[in-house]
Ligand binder design. Structure first.
Ligand code: HEM
Ligand code: CA
Ligand code: CA
Length: 298
């Protein structure tokens, strides 16, 4: 039921209002585009794209912000609040959902960082609850091997091609030392020596857990360098490099294809984003349009 025209009659200014705030935020800090893209992913993979990740903890449920994949990691919540304020100023309260804000912000972030527009779908409604346990269970971990990554994506109705393309989201943004330490100290196979050296320089064997390193060589540009990096064993996360082993198995053929075809990456990334964005949306009489993305309407 999602469609590209959902807001055309309800509030023709909705999408442009969101885009303006995203563009300003990304101009201030390019990494914010990466952070907003990731919020949509972490929303969709936990009970569908329903804005659940935005809910703060309450007495009745513990939310997703403190789940392991998000804690000290997920960011951009203040920008989401700014977008919500701009959308409600343009459209009135009760029109633009927080779930759609995440989907639109992800799209506009990709474009602001040099990617291409895609057939963005809207019309989602917001969840009434959130689940820390589900976030811990359903979001893939950087320690996963290829089989675990693929089975996680399959459990979300996505396939190998989606796994490789959407992991291409790591063409932008940064990771914390705690998420790549074991790779750069312990892995011997499929790890480029110069990447290991530069990553060790920011990530000591103990301490410095929150020190940051770029996920690819062009971490503010939405390009195909991520895939070319994998082909040189320069994936920062264990899970990244699991997509390319160089023996023709697993994701190898897709990594090679998209590394060599930047235009195809932009186009097919958009197709996979639409597929991800269609996961379990609340529509019709389900859920609500939150007035504050951080809490359910009282
Ligand atoms: C395939 C399984 C995936 C795993 C295991 C994974 C894991 C991670 C980890 C560990 C980080 C660093 C977080 C930190 O250190 O605080 C990260 C960052 C990021 N991820 Fe993923 N991710 C996956 C898929 C995706 C997908 C599908 C997208 C979006 C389409 C995405 C977008 C991002 C972005 C943009 C960042 C950087 C965020 C920032 O700089 O604020 N990831 N991911
Ligand atoms: Ca969700
Ligand atoms: Ca890049």
């Amino acid at each position: 039921q999602l469609n590209p025209d959902y807001y055309d009659k309800l509030c023709p200014e909705a999408l442009s209002a969101i885009k303006k705030v995203v563009e300003e935020a990304v101009a201030r800090e390019p990494r914010m585009g990466a952070s907003l893209l990731r919020l949509h992913f972490h929303d969709c993979f936990v009970n569908g794209c329903d804005g659940s990740i935005l809910l703060d903890d309450t007495p009745t449920f513990t939310g997703e912000k403190t789940a392991a994949p998000n804690k000290n990691s997920a960011r951009g919540f203040e920008v989401v609040d700014q977008i919500k304020a701009a959308a409600d100023a343009a459209c009135g309260a009760g029109v633009v959902s927080c779930a759609d804000i995440l989907a639109v912000a992800a799209h506009d972030s990709v474009v602001a960082l040099g990617g291409r527009p895609y057939n963005l779908q809207v019309g989602r409604r917001d969840a009434l609850t959130a689940s820390k346990a589900a976030a811990n269970n359903d979001i893939p971990r950087p320690t996963f091997n290829f089989a675990a990554l693929l089975s996680n994506f399959q459990s979300h109705g996505l396939g190998l091609k989606d796994l490789v393309l959407l992991s291409g989201g790591h063409t932008v943004g940064l990771a914390r030392c705690t998420n790549f330490r074991s790779r750069v100290y312990n892995e011997t196979a499929n790890l480029d020596a110069s990447l290991a050296a530069s990553a060790r320089a920011v990530c000591p064997p103990a301490g410095g857990d929150d020190n940051l390193a770029p996920l690819d060589s062009t971490s503010t540009a939405f390009d195909a360098a991520y895939f070319r990096g994998l082909m040189k064993n320069r994936g920062l996360l264990h899970s990244d490099q699991q997509l390319y082993k160089g023996d023709g198995s697993g994701g190898d053929r897709y990594v090679k294809y998209y590394g060599e075809n930047g235009e195809a990456f932009w186009k097919d990334f958009g197709v996979s984003m639409v597929r991800m964005g269609n996961m379990g949306p609340l529509t019709g009489g389900n859920g609500q349009i939150r007035n504050n993305c951080r809490k359910v309407n009282s």
